[in-house]
Write a protein that binds this ligand. Sequence first.
Ligand SMILES: Cc1cc2nc3c(=O)[nH]c(=O)nc-3n(C[C@H](O)[C@H](O)[C@H](O)COP(=O)(O)OP(=O)(O)OC[C@H]3O[C@@H](n4cnc5c(N)ncnc54)[C@H](O)[C@@H]3O)c2cc1C
Length: 465
Amino acid sequence: MQVSPSRSGISIDDVRSAVRGRVIGPDDADYDAARTVMTGGIDRHPIALVRVADAADVAAVIALAREGGLPLAVKSGGHSLPGHSVVDDGLVIDLHDMKALDIDVANRTAWAETGLTAGEYSEAAAEHGLATGFGDTASVGIGGITLGGGIGYLVRKHGLTIDSLLAAEIVTADGEILQVDAERYPDLFWAIRGGGGNFGVATRFQFRLVEMTSFVGGMLLLPATGDTLAGFIAAAEAAPEELSTIANVMPCPPMPFVPEDQHGRLVIMGMMAFAGDVEAGQRALAPFRALADPIADMVQPMPYPGIYGPEPEEEYHPTAIARIMFLDAVDRDVANRIVDALEASDASMRVAQLRVLGGAMARVPNDATAFAHRASRIMVAIAAFYEGPDDRIVREAWVEEVAAALLQGDHGAYVNFLDDEGEERVRAAYPGATWDRLAEIKARYDPTNLFRLNQNIAPARPAAS
Ligand SMILES: Cc1cc2nc3c(=O)[nH]c(=O)nc-3n(C[C@H](O)[C@H](O)[C@H](O)COP(=O)(O)OP(=O)(O)OC[C@H]3O[C@@H](n4cnc5c(N)ncnc54)[C@H](O)[C@@H]3O)c2cc1C
């Protein structure tokens, strides 16, 4: 079939002849499925998505984009909130088919290709009684979550995902394939631990694994009041580090195991994760169970990947507005304000998600990696679903008003939960000297800002012509 060249003069046939992996273009039956990302309302048409087979393929696509002046997106699990992993009239490096995982059980390390999802990696590691912490969702790609930091169910016991990152293979903007770790390219290794996809395409990560033969986890559903929420946060702060929690304050979804009269009422959907001995876990959970009569209590010993729960249907692509922030404290007054704000909204889904941090994450020096929020106490996301552009305006105003009213002394943001919110907010993810150091490293490894479809850090100096 004759394929028309794009404005750059690059045709799909050019792309096909440059790589080993599969190239998906507009004429392929799975083009629409391949260009669909998690976030709803994103309908972009790339020239081609390249299901790269290896680092050499990645370098070839980078060369085509660079020489053709084409926008270049990078897709691992496709869960970027602003949909950065797909682009109009450009190329997508799609890591979907790169799923090799080589687990060294004796040394408790693993080399993982970045097409793997957190769930796929965790299932394979669990077969050896081992784990690496990612986030709260199985289908999130290890590519995006790792490069941004990674805050999940093991954060208090074992730190961020990047705290388990030992090395990476990175393909840079000039097509070099670099093996990066604390000794080789230490500046780049520092930058990719929190700096996102700004510095190159990660094709493989080497992670440290921890033993995970005993784990207690699951959902604890409590009625949401100011008292129960403040009590939940206080209990999470006082809990041993083995326990990481996520408190989702939201209208109760119509789950089959929940009495119908609770559907739609405000609840704390507590996701509880105790990485340790079962009896100690039950002791750590007791203060939460004592806050109120649980509406449902599904917390039990389970294999670690069981905490991820079922994935939504493939057609589930919600449109939502979210703001991320860090709070120093959630006392009764703050908790009341959160509950009142959620009660006052009539969005089909609205949520305040609170994660108590600290523990192992906070013990790593703030400047050891590009994630510079080690001392932040509680991460809070305020979010609302919207239906169409008019509703979006209403929901965005609500989210911003709630977030602004809650703001305390910590003006930081977590890069992996940013939407397209402008440079000031990206800078909030990289406070103080972090931004300047990242911009300097960016100028060395990507002086023309080829990797700009991300939470972008522009190079410190313009590229030499
Ligand atoms: C439902 C949901 C739950 C989430 N839960 C958590 C959570 O609990 N904890 C947490 O920390 N985060 C969480 N996140 C945020 C998540 O970490 C980010 O959205 C992350 O960027 C997704 O990674 P991905 O590979 O799936 O996304 P993609 O859309 O594929 O990638 C996102 C961006 O990351 C960069 N990127 C991805 N892969 C590579 C690569 N191999 N090389 C170079 N750059 C790359 C690119 O810039 C790309 O645009 C969640 C997101 C969603 C949608």
